[in-house]
Design a protein around this ligand. Structure first.
Ligand SMILES: NC(=O)c1ccc[n+]([C@@H]2O[C@H](COP(=O)([O-])OP(=O)(O)OC[C@H]3O[C@@H](n4cnc5c(N)ncnc54)[C@H](OP(=O)(O)O)[C@@H]3O)[C@@H](O)[C@H]2O)c1
Length: 267
């Protein structure tokens, strides 16, 4: 199956959440797909459903992006995609324990997936994107990348990496017709919050309903922003609520809002 017979969109973390939504949006536009994650059954089911519904070609790659050999395999495949339009780095997960009682293996994998895999997959995608002088990269960062808080040292730090990396990457590739986005949603009800270690994370109970946002709306805002010819913003934070919260995170006189929101756990 040759997915380069038409435009191709590549999505890591496509087996659920944001990744699966992006896959549907790109298939709706008629793009062929390269879907990447660890759960093959989920990817195959999604690929079959999108092929059925939109008549696109979808290739599945089972890969654990924290493993060097899997990551290299994915990079090599992406480098050959001469018709690549979008790369979405959506693979990721949360952490829940404060230092020093962290699950060291999980925190290490988090750095590998959020930072190393993002950087390497971006570089791989830039090979064909640079050759055709166009392409768009969306890195699923987080509003948490602007904050700091208990039990989230690596999560917030890796998301901050993704934001800064994306901003500097945009500066590097702007003259090659390539757009980069660091998408910074707040709390969104995906499987992210149902899988370990986030399942029992206390922060979920503290966040008022008002702060939960809809994943479909986040993806709509992300695509609207990156596809806009005039808007040249790298950081995309889809809701005003979170813009205010992040601002409160930096302004001392808005500390009461921060304390109300997080009982002082977010700094
Ligand atoms: N939901 C939120 O509130 C929220 C807010 C801000 C930012 N984000 C970010 O958005 C991104 C997507 O999260 P989501 O909300 O869509 O959660 P999700 O539904 O749990 O999706 C996460 C995806 O990442 C994949 N993944 C996890 N570890 C992987 C690994 N080692 N190798 C390859 N794939 C891996 C998972 O697939 P497999 O398990 O099949 O590998 C899954 O497809 C994450 O980076 C997250 O940090 C989420």
């Amino acid at each position: 199956m040759d997915i380069t017979s038409g435009p191709v969109s590549v999505i890591s973390g496509a087996s659920s959440g944001f990744g699966a939504i992006y896959a549907e949006r790109f298939a709706r536009r008629g793009h062929n797909l390269l879907l990447i994650a660890r759960r093959t059954d989920r990817l195959q089911k999604l690929a079959a459903a999108l092929t059925d519904k939109y008549g696109v070609r979808a290739e599945v790659m089972t890969a654990d992006l924290s493993r060097a050999e899997d990551l290299r395999r994915v990079e090599e495949r992406i480098e050959t995609l001469s018709t690549i339009e979008y790369l979405v780095n959506s693979a990721g997960f949360g952490g829940n324990r404060p230092f020093p009682d962290v699950d060291l293996d999980l925190e290490t994998r988090m750095i590998l997936v959020h930072c190393l895999a993002t950087m390497r997959l971006c570089r791989a995608a830039l090979v064909p994107m640079t050759a055709k002088k166009s392409g768009k990269i969306i890195n699923l960062a987080s509003a948490a990348g602007f904050l700091a808080g208990r039990g989230a040292a690596d999560y917030t730090a890796t998301k901050a990496y993704m934001i800064t990396f994306s901003r500097s990457l945009q500066a590097d590739v702007a003259d090659r017709g390539i757009r980069v986005q660091a998408l910074c949603p707040g709390m969104v009800a995906t499987e992210f919050h149902q899988t370990n270690p986030m399942r029992d994370a206390p922060i979920k109970k503290r966040i008022p309903k008002f702060f939960w946002i809809d994943a479909e709306k986040v993806v709509t805002a992300s695509l609207k922003s990156i596809d806009c010819r005039w808007l040249r913003r790298v950081v995309c934070m889809p809701t005003l609520r979170y813009k205010i919260l992040i601002w409160a995170g930096y302004e001392w006189w808005l500390a009461p809002l921060r304390i109300l929101f997080s009982r002082g756990r977010i700094r």
